[in-house]
Design a protein around this ligand. Structure first.
Ligand code: F3S
Length: 424
């Protein structure tokens, strides 16, 4: 790997032992990838505060500096963690103290995370605590090299914002935050961002549900490659693209897609494919739409619903407002949680949306989600969601049944305790 003089100096310890360990990790990571160089980044989104048994043990025995060295820098050395060199934010993590009595999440983890927040906050980590940092102020610009974790955030950053990131891990983001460097491979290069598959949509796609199902179809089709989507759809909103990308990153490993005329690197379908010949289109029509709906509901058999989950990826203010309107004046039989970024919970509180949701019996929760914290209301056997990602993952994580449908289907299930959703 070719290092600049500045990078060599960091590796040799000019900025202290923690930065040297970080640079050593990046060089090992880059060489394993056959990557020739590092690129500069001033935007890191990682996960430092997320509790785990290994972290709890390390912190109890050796403190936070050692935990960062071992977990985020893959180093056995002893050193003090310096201030983050470049802007760094914490993505989603575990539930916090305001979920006590609501989410069955170990108190010991709530405390560990609170401790972590104060340690990392003092080091310059912005505790955004959401899988949607782009909803709360972390908005990289087109062409900017960033180092992000979290598949749904990565696909949004690459595709919708035109920023450039691979799906990084806890160690590479830990090293990037202390150096401002990340291996320059994969999605950082223009030629790896072009479309590989063409999807021709032949059925109207105009709702949040439909964008999630189309994303689920696209991910299943292309796996880790890059779909280009054309055809019969209305102008998508932020929440539609948030759902589309999260779904495509769940059924496949999509990190980048193009929608000509919508996403920034695809003014036309030809531009989305660069100089390559357009591939034959795969159609997404009524039959495929029905098949995807069936797939996403294949893990539901009992129509008695105990729990409804909204807000995956974390809800926008508009989604919280829509949920509040659907719940206004109603009383819930099943538990209902809506997951939101903490910064937007403040907006929901001030706007009166939280009060409406809570009066109905629902909860507005921040920082985490049932999948991330492996936690749902006690006794949950069957849940319903409007998120293709949660319908995909939660049955395996918690061993529960899943129903997938619209916000209205989910709210009706929460009110009646029964699933009656169907594809319309
Ligand atoms: Fe976010 Fe949890 Fe969904 S972290 S993307 S709400 S699985």
């Amino acid at each position: 790997m070719k290092l600049t003089d500045e990078e060599k100096a960091m590796l040799d310890g000019a900025e202290g032992p923690a930065v040297a360990a970080a640079m050593d990790l990046l060089v090992r990571y880059g060489e394993a990838l056959d990557c020739e160089r590092l690129c500069d980044t001033r935007n890191v989104a990682g996960t430092m505060t997320q509790p785990s048994p290994a972290k709890a043990k390390l912190v109890a025995e050796h403190g936070w500096d050692k935990a960062y060295a071992v977990i985020n820098l893959d180093s056995d050395e002893e050193f003090e963690v310096p201030q983050m060199k470049v802007p760094t934010c914490q993505l989603q993590h575990g539930f916090s103290d305001d979920s006590v009595g609501v989410a069955p999440y170990p108190k010991q983890y709530v405390e560990l995370q609170a401790d972590a927040e104060s340690f990392y906050g003092r080091k310059g980590v912005n505790i955004l605590a959401t899988c949607t940092p782009y909803q709360v102020g972390n908005l990289p610009v087109r062409g900017e090299h960033v180092a992000w974790m979290e598949s749904s955030a990565v696909v949004y950053a690459n595709s919708v914002l035109g920023a450039r990131t691979n799906c990084e891990g806890g160690a590479s983001t830990g090293a990037a935050s202390l150096t401002g460097k990340i291996p320059c491979w994969g999605n950082h290069h223009e030629e790896n961002r072009r479309g590989t598959h063409l999807i021709d949509v032949r059925v109207p796609v105009k709702s949040f549900l439909d964008w999630g199902m189309l994303g689920y179809f696209a991910g299943d089709l292309v796996q880790e490659e890059r779909p280009v989507v054309v055809g019969d759809f209305a102008q998508p909103e932020l929440v539609d693209l948030k759902h589309f990308g999260a779904a495509a990153a769940s059924s496949g490993g999509v990190e980048m897609y193009h929608i000509p005329g919508v996403t920034p690197e695809a003014p036309t379908v030809e531009a989305a494919f660069g100089s390559a010949k357009l591939p034959e289109a795969v159609h997404y029509g009524q039959r495929e739409r029905e098949q995807i709906y069936e797939n996403l509901n294949s893990q539901g058999s009992n129509t008695d619903v105990d729990f409804v989950l909204l807000g995956c990826p974390h809800a926008s203010v508009d989604q919280i407002w829509r949920a509040a309107r659907a719940l206004e004046g109603r009383k819930l039989k099943a538990q209902l949680w809506i997951m939101v970024p903490r910064a937007l919970k403040v907006v929901a509180d001030r706007s009166g949306y939280t009060e409406i949701i809570e009066k109905a019996g629902g909860k507005v929760l921040s920082d985490s989600c049932p999948a991330m914290s492996r936690s749902a209301p006690p006794g949950t056997k069957v849940f319903a969601t409007d998120s293709a990602k949660q319908a995909h993952y939660l049955p395996a994580i918690l061993g529960i049944e899943a129903w997938f449908g619209t916000l209205e289907d989910c709210v009706n299930a929460a009110v009646t305790g029964r699933w009656t959703g169907e594809l319309r």
